[in-house]
Design a protein around this ligand. Structure first.
Ligand code: 5GP
Length: 114
């Protein structure tokens, strides 16, 4: 079940987070329940509930998120590799209804994912 939009509350500084990057279009902060030594969530400031809700109007924003993810990975010392994950809706394991990218690194990743 998708819960409340916690990430909008973090963007609006209504609840605290360990923020590691911000610009006019997105915010990145450390996951409260990390699944790897580095686990950062990268979220657009625009509210897009799920990956399935993106439109052509979001093309530039989506590209921006990927560029920021690559820069953040480098800044966080993940030049030997990392994983980006976008969970989409209930069967994709999404729990917060605000599009976000998980940036995971600092350990070997396995395939297939759970
Ligand atoms: P999803 O399951 O929607 O793809 O990812 C949601 C992520 O948000 C989870 O990894 C979860 O640990 C993280 N999360 C949930 N609540 C909070 C919170 O209040 N603060 C932070 N920093 N992360 C949260």
């Amino acid at each position: 079940m998708l819960a409340d939009n916690l990430f909008l509350k973090i963007i609006e500084r209504k609840i605290p987070a360990n923020i590691c990057y911000e610009d006019d279009r997105c915010l990145a902060f450390h996951d409260i329940n990390p699944q790897a030594p580095t686990h950062v969530l990268l979220v657009p400031k625009k509210v897009i509930p799920t990956h399935a809700d993106v439109t052509d109007a979001d093309r530039e924003l989506l590209g921006h998120l990927h560029l920021v993810a690559a820069k953040l990975a480098n800044q966080l010392g993940l030049s030997d590799g990392y994983r980006l994950v976008v969970n989409c809706r209930d069967r994709g394991g999404q729990t917060v209804p605000h599009l976000h990218m998980h940036l995971l690194g600092g350990r070997d990743m396995h395939w297939p994912p759970g």
